[in-house]
Design a protein around this ligand. Sequence first.
Ligand SMILES: Cc1cc2nc3c(=O)[nH]c(=O)nc-3n(C[C@H](O)[C@H](O)[C@H](O)COP(=O)(O)OP(=O)(O)OC[C@H]3O[C@@H](n4cnc5c(N)ncnc54)[C@H](O)[C@@H]3O)c2cc1C
Length: 420
Amino acid sequence: MKNWAGNLEYTAAEHRQPRTIDELAEIVVSSPRVKALGSRHSFNDAADTSGVLVSLGNLPGEVEIDESNGVVRVPAGHTYADVGSALQSNGFALHNLASLPHISVAGAVQTGTHGSGVANGSLASAVRAFDIVRASGETETLQAGGRDFDASVVGLGALGIVTSVTLAIEPTFEVAQHVHEGMPWDAALANWPAVTGSAYSVSVFTTFQGENTHQIWVKHRVDDEAHFDLATLGGRESLVPLHPLPDVLPDALTGEHSTTVQLRQPGPWNERLPHFRSEFQPSHGDEIQSEYLVPADQAVHAIEALRGISDLIAPLLYISELRTVAADAAWLSPSQGRDSLAIHFTWQQRPAEIFAVLPRIEEALAPFDPRPHWGKVSVMPRERLRLAYPRLDDFAALAGRVDPLGKFRNAFLERSVFAA
Ligand SMILES: Cc1cc2nc3c(=O)[nH]c(=O)nc-3n(C[C@H](O)[C@H](O)[C@H](O)COP(=O)(O)OP(=O)(O)OC[C@H]3O[C@@H](n4cnc5c(N)ncnc54)[C@H](O)[C@@H]3O)c2cc1C
């Protein structure tokens, strides 16, 4: 079995899909090594194990909306597409979504996945509680504000198998999206907070080369005040729907794009906040991704540093995306304790060349204390990760306490989290 991008073959001896929590607990108790698998959208071996991989799609349970407490309880194997349509049809919304709705809720939360928006925290910031099957086979519920919650909500699958996630909800809202092309870099960088704050969610796509940004995806809430108008900084609003990757064309038969509806046509939050529609293949497919989060107040310097090595980056790239993420409290969230700029790379499938350029990127970003995305590829050694994630040692100690035999450990965690 391979991950979604096909760049990783899982090495697990077995793949199980339990039908009950009791069966899941029995698998955990009886397996020396076990790991939860989400929707397989990570690009590294975070989800792999030498033992039993467990998928949760066959566990019973539905999306349960609790209007009086303003939350929704989601079976962990469900995707954001599942939750989004259930919430929307009942008049509710989540605060934000990632670029694709295909990912599992538990897997996305466990790696600190995020969308964009200066005031929008990571997807983990919406979690109010979760149920987790521990190494002992017992289920525990962790509540926001309670013991070990901030330590565990972004848990890299190291603390147990999450079986349900309870998320904060709000009344549904509409979003209208448009794409702005060709804004000069000079104007964008001179007005960076205004650009990224020009709507509820903003994404700047670039190859870091040339004098202009490629595209700026602007998603504004219809119920929001008017924001800063990007047209004042140059470039133009596209009059046709676009894909962020330069070489992806609309479907030859239907003429449809895999991207969400643009041209300022209002629509429900769950059909506009992601870039890609749930019924289509997102992004390119034949790709590898990397991402680093740096403090938002260092954004311009970090972008300039990458523009300085764009001749190394651009030949391997489909596209880069720059987004903003509000600070949260989860120990291992890449946006923990600091409002962040997320610098994402969608690479062509050229692993040897990518692994050769990643050290150069990490070196260029080093002055800005970059934190790699846990679900994407990086080469940062544990000693650097410890500096970037100040609670990494505390997290390792917690994992040692709740999983003393190291059932949930894998090569990724040994390399990134635990001391040799
Ligand atoms: C096309 C594409 C676009 C993307 N866009 C974004 C984006 O906009 N923003 C962003 O931040 N990231 C993005 N990502 C990365 C993606 O969100 C993360 O890799 C995320 O972890 C994927 O979730 P998953 O369910 O596939 O997890 P998997 O890859 O299956 O697993 C990831 C980790 O979560 C753990 N895990 C999974 N399920 C559970 C569970 N039930 N209990 C405990 N641990 C569990 C696994 O053990 C593993 O450690 C994108 C990826 C792709 C392929």
